[in-house]
Write a protein that binds this ligand. Structure first.
Ligand SMILES: Nc1ncnc2c1ncn2[C@@H]1O[C@H](COP(=O)(O)OP(=O)(O)OP(=O)(O)O)[C@@H](O)[C@H]1O
Ligand SMILES: [Mg+2]
Length: 413
Protein backbone atom coordinates (compact mmCIF):
# COMPACT_ATOMS: atom_id res chain seq x y z
CA UNK A 1 0.00 0.00 0.00
CA UNK A 2 1.43 3.36 -1.06
CA UNK A 3 1.70 5.95 1.71
CA UNK A 4 0.66 9.48 0.77
CA UNK A 5 3.73 11.01 2.41
CA UNK A 6 6.01 9.01 0.13
CA UNK A 7 4.39 10.23 -3.07
CA UNK A 8 6.13 12.67 -5.35
CA UNK A 9 4.47 14.02 -8.47
CA UNK A 10 5.71 15.93 -11.52
CA UNK A 11 3.53 17.69 -14.09
CA UNK A 12 5.30 18.64 -17.33
CA UNK A 13 3.19 21.15 -19.22
CA UNK A 14 4.70 20.93 -22.71
CA UNK A 15 3.67 22.44 -26.03
CA UNK A 16 2.86 18.99 -27.46
CA UNK A 17 1.85 16.93 -24.45
CA UNK A 18 1.03 17.25 -20.79
CA UNK A 19 2.50 14.47 -18.76
CA UNK A 20 1.98 13.56 -15.12
CA UNK A 21 4.40 11.17 -13.47
CA UNK A 22 3.82 9.74 -9.99
CA UNK A 23 6.76 8.36 -8.03
CA UNK A 24 7.04 6.69 -4.66
CA UNK A 25 10.12 7.17 -2.50
CA UNK A 26 11.26 3.70 -1.42
CA UNK A 27 12.89 2.69 1.87
CA UNK A 28 16.41 3.16 0.45
CA UNK A 29 15.60 6.67 -0.72
CA UNK A 30 15.27 5.77 -4.41
CA UNK A 31 12.24 6.63 -6.52
CA UNK A 32 9.91 4.01 -7.99
CA UNK A 33 7.76 5.14 -10.89
CA UNK A 34 4.18 4.06 -10.15
CA UNK A 35 2.02 6.12 -12.50
CA UNK A 36 2.15 7.90 -15.86
CA UNK A 37 -0.60 9.94 -17.51
CA UNK A 38 -0.44 11.65 -20.88
CA UNK A 39 -2.72 13.99 -22.73
CA UNK A 40 -2.25 16.12 -25.83
CA UNK A 41 -1.59 19.77 -25.05
CA UNK A 42 -3.55 22.38 -26.99
CA UNK A 43 -3.42 25.47 -24.83
CA UNK A 44 0.26 26.36 -25.16
CA UNK A 45 2.36 28.13 -27.71
CA UNK A 46 6.15 28.00 -27.53
CA UNK A 47 6.01 26.80 -23.94
CA UNK A 48 3.65 29.52 -22.67
CA UNK A 49 -0.02 29.08 -21.68
CA UNK A 50 -2.28 30.91 -24.13
CA UNK A 51 -5.56 29.09 -23.43
CA UNK A 52 -6.26 28.46 -19.76
CA UNK A 53 -9.38 26.30 -20.14
CA UNK A 54 -7.93 23.76 -22.52
CA UNK A 55 -4.69 23.61 -20.51
CA UNK A 56 -6.71 22.89 -17.35
CA UNK A 57 -8.64 20.13 -19.15
CA UNK A 58 -5.44 18.50 -20.45
CA UNK A 59 -3.82 18.64 -17.01
CA UNK A 60 -6.91 17.05 -15.42
CA UNK A 61 -6.89 14.26 -17.97
CA UNK A 62 -3.21 13.41 -17.56
CA UNK A 63 -3.42 13.55 -13.74
CA UNK A 64 -6.47 11.30 -13.74
CA UNK A 65 -4.77 8.75 -15.99
CA UNK A 66 -1.67 8.69 -13.77
CA UNK A 67 -3.81 8.32 -10.65
CA UNK A 68 -5.59 5.33 -12.14
CA UNK A 69 -2.31 3.63 -12.95
CA UNK A 70 -0.88 4.35 -9.49
CA UNK A 71 -4.15 3.48 -7.75
CA UNK A 72 -3.95 6.53 -5.48
CA UNK A 73 -5.17 10.13 -5.74
CA UNK A 74 -2.59 12.92 -5.67
CA UNK A 75 -2.87 16.40 -4.15
CA UNK A 76 0.25 18.31 -5.07
CA UNK A 77 2.95 18.38 -7.72
CA UNK A 78 6.19 19.93 -8.91
CA UNK A 79 5.51 21.80 -12.13
CA UNK A 80 7.82 22.78 -14.97
CA UNK A 81 8.12 26.27 -16.39
CA UNK A 82 9.65 27.12 -19.74
CA UNK A 83 12.31 29.75 -19.46
CA UNK A 84 11.69 31.60 -22.73
CA UNK A 85 10.46 34.65 -20.89
CA UNK A 86 13.46 34.85 -18.57
CA UNK A 87 15.84 37.29 -20.17
CA UNK A 88 19.03 39.10 -19.31
CA UNK A 89 19.83 42.65 -20.44
CA UNK A 90 22.94 44.73 -19.88
CA UNK A 91 22.79 48.28 -18.63
CA UNK A 92 25.13 51.00 -17.35
CA UNK A 93 24.57 53.51 -14.55
CA UNK A 94 26.50 56.77 -14.07
CA UNK A 95 26.63 59.19 -11.06
CA UNK A 96 28.80 61.99 -9.70
CA UNK A 97 30.48 60.92 -6.45
CA UNK A 98 28.95 63.02 -3.67
CA UNK A 99 30.91 62.36 -0.49
CA UNK A 100 33.70 64.19 1.33
CA UNK A 101 37.05 64.19 -0.52
CA UNK A 102 35.28 62.41 -3.38
CA UNK A 103 35.61 59.11 -1.52
CA UNK A 104 33.16 56.46 -2.74
CA UNK A 105 30.73 55.29 -0.04
CA UNK A 106 28.06 52.58 0.06
CA UNK A 107 25.50 55.30 -0.62
CA UNK A 108 27.23 56.09 -3.94
CA UNK A 109 27.34 52.40 -4.85
CA UNK A 110 23.61 52.00 -4.13
CA UNK A 111 22.87 55.13 -6.16
CA UNK A 112 24.85 54.03 -9.20
CA UNK A 113 23.15 50.62 -9.18
CA UNK A 114 19.77 52.34 -8.90
CA UNK A 115 20.71 54.45 -11.90
CA UNK A 116 21.64 51.34 -13.89
CA UNK A 117 18.33 49.70 -12.91
CA UNK A 118 16.34 52.56 -14.35
CA UNK A 119 15.83 50.99 -17.76
CA UNK A 120 12.49 51.10 -19.51
CA UNK A 121 10.83 47.71 -19.17
CA UNK A 122 7.59 46.61 -20.78
CA UNK A 123 4.65 46.46 -18.35
CA UNK A 124 4.61 42.67 -18.16
CA UNK A 125 8.20 42.32 -17.01
CA UNK A 126 9.64 42.44 -13.56
CA UNK A 127 13.23 43.02 -12.56
CA UNK A 128 14.23 39.86 -10.78
CA UNK A 129 17.91 40.37 -10.24
CA UNK A 130 20.52 43.07 -10.76
CA UNK A 131 24.06 41.68 -11.01
CA UNK A 132 26.89 44.26 -10.96
CA UNK A 133 29.69 43.11 -13.26
CA UNK A 134 32.29 45.85 -12.98
CA UNK A 135 32.72 49.45 -11.86
CA UNK A 136 34.43 52.28 -13.69
CA UNK A 137 35.92 55.24 -11.80
CA UNK A 138 36.92 58.24 -13.96
CA UNK A 139 37.52 56.01 -17.00
CA UNK A 140 39.52 53.44 -15.01
CA UNK A 141 37.64 50.21 -15.74
CA UNK A 142 37.55 46.61 -14.40
CA UNK A 143 37.10 47.64 -10.77
CA UNK A 144 35.40 44.92 -8.74
CA UNK A 145 34.99 46.81 -5.43
CA UNK A 146 34.91 50.62 -5.56
CA UNK A 147 34.19 51.20 -1.84
CA UNK A 148 36.72 53.64 -0.30
CA UNK A 149 38.38 54.54 -3.62
CA UNK A 150 38.40 58.16 -4.75
CA UNK A 151 36.99 59.62 -7.92
CA UNK A 152 34.63 62.13 -9.45
CA UNK A 153 32.54 59.96 -11.71
CA UNK A 154 31.34 56.43 -10.82
CA UNK A 155 29.88 54.06 -13.40
CA UNK A 156 28.67 50.47 -13.17
CA UNK A 157 27.89 47.78 -15.75
CA UNK A 158 25.09 45.49 -14.61
CA UNK A 159 23.27 42.46 -15.95
CA UNK A 160 19.56 42.69 -15.27
CA UNK A 161 17.48 39.52 -15.21
CA UNK A 162 13.82 40.00 -16.00
CA UNK A 163 10.96 37.54 -16.17
CA UNK A 164 7.34 37.55 -17.19
CA UNK A 165 5.70 36.89 -13.86
CA UNK A 166 2.37 36.44 -15.62
CA UNK A 167 3.67 33.32 -17.37
CA UNK A 168 4.54 31.70 -14.07
CA UNK A 169 1.22 32.70 -12.58
CA UNK A 170 -0.69 31.21 -15.52
CA UNK A 171 1.05 27.86 -15.10
CA UNK A 172 0.23 27.83 -11.39
CA UNK A 173 -3.34 28.91 -12.00
CA UNK A 174 -3.85 26.10 -14.53
CA UNK A 175 -2.56 23.44 -12.16
CA UNK A 176 -4.60 24.81 -9.24
CA UNK A 177 -7.77 24.81 -11.34
CA UNK A 178 -7.05 21.20 -12.28
CA UNK A 179 -7.29 20.47 -8.54
CA UNK A 180 -3.64 20.22 -7.53
CA UNK A 181 -1.53 22.34 -5.26
CA UNK A 182 1.79 23.48 -6.77
CA UNK A 183 4.66 22.48 -4.51
CA UNK A 184 7.15 24.40 -6.55
CA UNK A 185 7.93 25.58 -10.07
CA UNK A 186 11.13 24.35 -11.67
CA UNK A 187 12.86 25.66 -14.79
CA UNK A 188 12.30 22.90 -17.38
CA UNK A 189 15.94 22.73 -18.47
CA UNK A 190 16.96 22.11 -14.87
CA UNK A 191 14.51 19.21 -14.67
CA UNK A 192 15.47 17.47 -17.90
CA UNK A 193 19.15 17.85 -17.06
CA UNK A 194 18.61 16.33 -13.62
CA UNK A 195 17.15 13.09 -14.99
CA UNK A 196 19.61 12.58 -17.85
CA UNK A 197 23.07 13.87 -16.85
CA UNK A 198 25.48 11.78 -14.84
CA UNK A 199 27.43 13.58 -12.12
CA UNK A 200 30.77 13.23 -13.97
CA UNK A 201 29.32 15.14 -16.91
CA UNK A 202 27.91 17.83 -14.64
CA UNK A 203 31.29 18.33 -12.96
CA UNK A 204 33.36 18.17 -16.12
CA UNK A 205 31.14 20.55 -18.11
CA UNK A 206 28.22 19.61 -20.36
CA UNK A 207 25.44 21.22 -22.39
CA UNK A 208 21.95 19.73 -22.23
CA UNK A 209 19.67 20.47 -25.19
CA UNK A 210 15.97 19.54 -24.77
CA UNK A 211 14.29 19.61 -28.19
CA UNK A 212 10.54 19.53 -27.61
CA UNK A 213 7.62 20.28 -29.88
CA UNK A 214 7.58 24.07 -29.62
CA UNK A 215 10.94 25.03 -28.17
CA UNK A 216 14.55 23.92 -27.78
CA UNK A 217 15.88 24.56 -24.28
CA UNK A 218 19.57 24.79 -23.46
CA UNK A 219 21.33 24.50 -20.10
CA UNK A 220 25.10 24.59 -19.58
CA UNK A 221 26.68 23.04 -16.50
CA UNK A 222 30.27 23.60 -15.44
CA UNK A 223 31.82 22.55 -12.11
CA UNK A 224 28.57 21.00 -10.93
CA UNK A 225 26.25 23.99 -11.34
CA UNK A 226 24.21 25.66 -14.02
CA UNK A 227 25.97 28.60 -15.71
CA UNK A 228 23.77 29.52 -18.60
CA UNK A 229 20.24 28.83 -19.82
CA UNK A 230 18.53 29.82 -23.04
CA UNK A 231 15.48 28.98 -25.12
CA UNK A 232 15.21 28.84 -28.92
CA UNK A 233 11.67 29.10 -30.22
CA UNK A 234 11.97 26.23 -32.70
CA UNK A 235 11.25 22.53 -32.16
CA UNK A 236 9.76 19.36 -33.60
CA UNK A 237 6.59 21.10 -34.78
CA UNK A 238 8.68 23.07 -37.29
CA UNK A 239 9.85 19.83 -38.93
CA UNK A 240 6.23 18.65 -39.18
CA UNK A 241 5.18 21.94 -40.75
CA UNK A 242 8.06 21.83 -43.26
CA UNK A 243 7.07 18.29 -44.28
CA UNK A 244 3.39 19.25 -44.64
CA UNK A 245 4.30 22.14 -46.93
CA UNK A 246 7.13 20.39 -48.77
CA UNK A 247 5.21 17.19 -49.51
CA UNK A 248 1.77 18.86 -49.74
CA UNK A 249 0.15 16.63 -47.14
CA UNK A 250 -2.02 17.41 -44.08
CA UNK A 251 -0.23 18.15 -40.79
CA UNK A 252 -1.42 14.96 -39.13
CA UNK A 253 -0.01 12.82 -41.96
CA UNK A 254 3.20 14.85 -41.95
CA UNK A 255 3.62 14.09 -38.22
CA UNK A 256 3.23 10.35 -38.89
CA UNK A 257 5.68 10.41 -41.80
CA UNK A 258 8.20 12.32 -39.70
CA UNK A 259 8.09 9.78 -36.87
CA UNK A 260 8.09 6.70 -39.08
CA UNK A 261 10.41 7.62 -41.96
CA UNK A 262 12.00 10.94 -40.98
CA UNK A 263 15.76 11.38 -41.01
CA UNK A 264 17.81 14.56 -40.62
CA UNK A 265 21.06 13.44 -42.24
CA UNK A 266 20.94 12.45 -45.93
CA UNK A 267 24.22 10.53 -45.78
CA UNK A 268 22.60 7.96 -43.46
CA UNK A 269 20.09 6.88 -46.10
CA UNK A 270 20.05 4.31 -48.82
CA UNK A 271 18.89 6.21 -51.92
CA UNK A 272 16.49 3.46 -53.02
CA UNK A 273 14.13 3.84 -50.02
CA UNK A 274 10.70 5.31 -50.70
CA UNK A 275 7.84 6.77 -48.63
CA UNK A 276 4.11 6.80 -49.42
CA UNK A 277 2.61 10.27 -48.95
CA UNK A 278 -1.18 10.68 -48.49
CA UNK A 279 -2.40 13.72 -50.42
CA UNK A 280 -5.18 16.23 -49.78
CA UNK A 281 -8.58 16.11 -51.54
CA UNK A 282 -8.94 12.32 -51.79
CA UNK A 283 -6.41 11.84 -54.58
CA UNK A 284 -4.17 8.78 -54.76
CA UNK A 285 -1.14 8.70 -52.42
CA UNK A 286 2.18 9.64 -54.03
CA UNK A 287 5.43 7.80 -53.66
CA UNK A 288 8.51 9.93 -52.94
CA UNK A 289 12.06 8.95 -52.18
CA UNK A 290 13.07 9.03 -48.52
CA UNK A 291 15.99 11.14 -49.61
CA UNK A 292 13.56 13.91 -50.62
CA UNK A 293 11.91 13.77 -47.18
CA UNK A 294 15.33 14.00 -45.58
CA UNK A 295 16.30 16.96 -47.75
CA UNK A 296 13.31 18.81 -46.28
CA UNK A 297 14.28 17.98 -42.69
CA UNK A 298 18.05 18.38 -42.75
CA UNK A 299 18.18 22.20 -43.10
CA UNK A 300 15.83 22.60 -40.11
CA UNK A 301 18.06 20.41 -37.94
CA UNK A 302 21.07 22.42 -39.12
CA UNK A 303 19.27 25.65 -38.27
CA UNK A 304 18.28 24.56 -34.75
CA UNK A 305 21.66 23.09 -33.81
CA UNK A 306 23.38 26.05 -35.49
CA UNK A 307 21.45 28.44 -33.22
CA UNK A 308 22.25 26.31 -30.16
CA UNK A 309 25.93 26.26 -31.16
CA UNK A 310 25.96 30.04 -31.45
CA UNK A 311 24.29 30.37 -28.06
CA UNK A 312 26.89 28.07 -26.48
CA UNK A 313 29.77 30.00 -28.07
CA UNK A 314 28.29 33.40 -27.13
CA UNK A 315 27.81 32.26 -23.53
CA UNK A 316 31.58 32.02 -23.17
CA UNK A 317 31.39 28.40 -21.99
CA UNK A 318 32.09 26.83 -25.40
CA UNK A 319 35.55 25.65 -24.38
CA UNK A 320 34.47 24.48 -20.95
CA UNK A 321 32.22 21.56 -21.87
CA UNK A 322 34.56 18.61 -22.53
CA UNK A 323 31.76 16.14 -21.69
CA UNK A 324 30.04 17.41 -24.83
CA UNK A 325 26.34 17.73 -25.51
CA UNK A 326 23.39 15.70 -24.36
CA UNK A 327 20.31 15.90 -26.57
CA UNK A 328 16.93 14.97 -25.18
CA UNK A 329 13.19 15.77 -25.57
CA UNK A 330 10.83 14.06 -28.04
CA UNK A 331 12.51 15.51 -31.12
CA UNK A 332 15.89 14.01 -30.22
CA UNK A 333 14.32 10.70 -31.33
CA UNK A 334 14.47 11.63 -35.00
CA UNK A 335 16.91 9.47 -36.93
CA UNK A 336 20.23 11.20 -37.49
CA UNK A 337 19.89 13.82 -34.71
CA UNK A 338 22.92 12.62 -32.70
CA UNK A 339 25.06 12.33 -35.85
CA UNK A 340 24.19 15.77 -37.26
CA UNK A 341 24.61 17.36 -33.80
CA UNK A 342 28.13 15.90 -33.56
CA UNK A 343 29.01 17.42 -36.91
CA UNK A 344 27.69 20.86 -35.98
CA UNK A 345 28.99 21.09 -32.40
CA UNK A 346 32.23 19.25 -33.14
CA UNK A 347 31.85 17.67 -29.70
CA UNK A 348 30.75 14.23 -28.47
CA UNK A 349 26.93 13.99 -28.41
CA UNK A 350 24.72 11.41 -26.71
CA UNK A 351 21.00 10.87 -26.33
CA UNK A 352 19.72 11.81 -22.84
CA UNK A 353 17.33 9.22 -21.45
CA UNK A 354 15.89 9.29 -17.90
CA UNK A 355 17.71 6.83 -15.69
CA UNK A 356 18.04 5.83 -12.06
CA UNK A 357 14.41 4.96 -11.36
CA UNK A 358 12.83 1.76 -10.04
CA UNK A 359 9.28 0.43 -10.29
CA UNK A 360 7.79 0.97 -13.74
CA UNK A 361 10.99 2.71 -14.90
CA UNK A 362 10.66 1.13 -18.36
CA UNK A 363 7.59 3.20 -19.25
CA UNK A 364 9.44 6.49 -18.82
CA UNK A 365 12.69 5.43 -20.50
CA UNK A 366 12.38 7.83 -23.41
CA UNK A 367 13.73 11.34 -24.05
CA UNK A 368 10.10 12.54 -24.09
CA UNK A 369 9.95 11.99 -20.32
CA UNK A 370 13.19 13.73 -19.35
CA UNK A 371 11.38 16.81 -18.05
CA UNK A 372 8.57 14.90 -16.31
CA UNK A 373 10.90 12.51 -14.49
CA UNK A 374 13.36 15.32 -13.84
CA UNK A 375 10.67 17.28 -12.00
CA UNK A 376 10.31 14.35 -9.58
CA UNK A 377 14.06 14.07 -9.07
CA UNK A 378 14.66 17.78 -8.71
CA UNK A 379 11.72 18.17 -6.35
CA UNK A 380 12.84 15.24 -4.27
CA UNK A 381 16.52 16.22 -4.18
CA UNK A 382 16.12 19.93 -3.55
CA UNK A 383 12.44 20.50 -2.72
CA UNK A 384 12.46 19.63 0.96
CA UNK A 385 15.50 21.79 1.57
CA UNK A 386 13.98 24.72 -0.22
CA UNK A 387 13.24 27.63 2.11
CA UNK A 388 10.89 29.16 -0.45
CA UNK A 389 8.39 26.37 -0.46
CA UNK A 390 5.26 27.34 -2.35
CA UNK A 391 2.30 28.47 -0.33
CA UNK A 392 -1.35 28.51 -1.28
CA UNK A 393 -1.60 32.12 -0.26
CA UNK A 394 -1.57 34.34 -3.37
CA UNK A 395 0.63 37.21 -2.23
CA UNK A 396 3.16 34.82 -0.74
CA UNK A 397 3.00 32.86 -3.96
CA UNK A 398 3.99 35.91 -5.97
CA UNK A 399 6.94 36.58 -3.67
CA UNK A 400 7.90 32.95 -3.88
CA UNK A 401 7.98 32.95 -7.66
CA UNK A 402 10.36 35.87 -7.62
CA UNK A 403 12.53 34.24 -4.99
CA UNK A 404 12.64 31.00 -6.95
CA UNK A 405 13.72 32.79 -10.11
CA UNK A 406 16.38 34.68 -8.18
CA UNK A 407 17.64 31.37 -6.88
CA UNK A 408 18.07 29.88 -10.32
CA UNK A 409 19.82 32.98 -11.52
CA UNK A 410 22.27 33.11 -8.65
CA UNK A 411 23.68 29.88 -9.98
CA UNK A 412 24.16 31.22 -13.48
CA UNK A 413 26.90 33.65 -12.56
N1 LIG B 1 9.55 8.87 -32.27
C1 LIG B 1 9.64 10.13 -32.64
N2 LIG B 1 10.27 10.46 -33.78
C2 LIG B 1 10.35 11.74 -34.17
N3 LIG B 1 9.80 12.78 -33.51
C3 LIG B 1 9.16 12.50 -32.36
C4 LIG B 1 9.03 11.17 -31.87
N4 LIG B 1 8.34 11.23 -30.71
C5 LIG B 1 8.05 12.53 -30.50
N5 LIG B 1 8.52 13.30 -31.50
C6 LIG B 1 8.40 14.74 -31.65
O1 LIG B 1 8.79 15.36 -30.45
C7 LIG B 1 8.04 16.54 -30.22
C8 LIG B 1 7.46 16.50 -28.83
O2 LIG B 1 8.50 16.42 -27.90
P1 LIG B 1 8.24 16.63 -26.34
O3 LIG B 1 7.20 15.69 -25.89
O4 LIG B 1 9.55 16.59 -25.67
O5 LIG B 1 7.66 18.13 -26.41
P2 LIG B 1 6.90 19.02 -25.33
O6 LIG B 1 7.56 18.87 -24.01
O7 LIG B 1 5.44 18.76 -25.38
O8 LIG B 1 7.12 20.47 -25.94
P3 LIG B 1 7.99 21.71 -25.42
O9 LIG B 1 9.05 21.18 -24.51
O10 LIG B 1 8.54 22.31 -26.67
O11 LIG B 1 7.04 22.62 -24.74
C9 LIG B 1 6.96 16.59 -31.29
O12 LIG B 1 7.32 17.54 -32.27
C10 LIG B 1 6.98 15.18 -31.85
O13 LIG B 1 6.65 15.19 -33.23
MG1 LIG C 1 9.19 19.75 -23.03
Amino acid sequence: MVKKDNLIVGVDIGTTKICTIIGEVDSQGGIDIIGLGLSPSRGLRKGVVIDLESTVESIKKSVHEAEIMAGIPVESAYVGIAGGHIKGISSRGVIAVSGKNREITQVDIDRVIDAAKAVALPMDREVIHVLPQEYIIDNQDRIKQPLGLSGVRLEVDVHIITGAVASAQNIIKSVNRAGLEVKDIILEQLASSESTMVSDEKDLGVAVVDIGGGTTDLAIFVNGSIRHAAVISLGGDNFTYDIAVGLRTPNREAEGIKRKHGCVLTTLLDDKETVEVPTVGGRKPRVVSRQVLCEIMEPRAEEIFGLVDREIKNSGYGNLIPAGVLITGGSSLMKGMVEIAEQIFDLPVRLGIPSGFGGLAEIVKSPEYSTGTGLLLYGWRYGQKDPYFMSKNDTRLFQNILKRMKDWMKDFF
